[in-house]
Design a protein around this ligand. Structure first.
Ligand SMILES: O=C1O[C@H](COP(=O)(O)O)[C@@H](O)[C@H](O)[C@H]1O
Length: 260
């Protein structure tokens, strides 16, 4: 596990704009060196704020949208087009406004799709889609994502991995069905911690006072079963992007950074 790096911005608007600028640079760099980039989106307020900021950034035109693979870290298991689905919200915030290749947009299955109410089968099919996209050079049955973003919930959940639920204990599968989530809707699909940790970079987004306790707990050595955000890290970098409200309860040893 690499030590998380923290970047704290003045407020959530600036955090979203700075994170969007950072993401544009990552995508452009990956496309320049490899020809394509691979990004995992998150749902929630902070994730959608970042996508809206990206949509408004003039530099978005630097991205070659047709050479971008998009995946999701989790989904609320609802019918396609439901306003509460993470992919519906991402499309409204950004995806509908840019010339993506639809074959590269890997939304998670919907509850009115081929698997119906069988969320386990839906999770398995997403795991198979990930495995198909993984190359021999990748670390396991998922592609090497350049950046995997995760909104941090006030209870420290990331993706749809909630404290103490079975999904956060999964060590083998890359994608699981989630039942009984404490945040509606109760049925969800989620990448697991092993899948999350296969990403080159994991970015955790936390803005707002309601995220302050979660950030402090996750960054103070909590266990990943009790605080799933504590178990989310990337192979080469783990970055926490916060605003000052979300950083307000961090221990002094973490923030502000010690001066020389
Ligand atoms: O339900 C979800 O919540 C988390 C966090 O959302 P937020 O609104 O508290 O920022 C999100 O990361 C996850 O993708 C989503 O399904």
């Amino acid at each position: 596990m690499n030590t998380p790096q923290l970047v704290v911005h003045r407020d959530k608007e600036l955090m979203a704009q700075a994170a969007a600028a950072r993401l544009i640079t990552k995508i452009v760099d990956a496309q320049a060196s490899r020809g394509y980039a691979s990004i995992v989106l998150t749902g929630g307020r902070n994730g959608n704020g970042l996508l809206a900021a990206l949509a408004a950034a003039p530099a978005r035109d630097a991205v070659d949208w047709a050479r971008l693979d998009l995946w999701w870290g989790d989904e609320r298991y609802l019918p396609g087009g439901d306003p509460d689905r993470n992919d519906t919200q991402a499309r409204a915030a950004l995806l509908d406004a840019v010339p993506l290749d639809p074959a590269r947009v890997h939304a998670m299955p919907a509850s009115d799709g081929p698997h119906g109410a069988d969320v386990e089968a839906a999770a398995e099919s997403y795991a198979a889609e990930l495995a198909k996209a993984a190359g021999p050079e990748n670390h396991g049955p998922v592609p090497a994502f350049d950046v995997l973003m995760l909104g941090v919930g006030p209870d420290t959940h990331v993706a749809s991995l909630f404290p103490e639920l079975p999904a956060v204990r999964e060590t083998e599968r890359t994608v699981v069905g989630v039942h009984g989530a404490p945040k509606p809707p109760p049925t969800r699909i989620s990448l697991t911690l092993p899948a999350i940790r296969s990403a080159r970079e994991v970015w955790l987004l936390a803005a707002g006072e309601d995220k302050a306790q979660a950030a402090a707990i996750a960054l103070s050595g909590a266990g990943e079963i009790q605080a799933p955000a504590a178990g989310a890290y990337g192979r080469s970098r783990t970055l926490w992007l916060l605003d000052s409200a979300a950083a307000s309860q961090l221990p002094r040893s973490l923030y502000p950074p010690a001066s020389a």
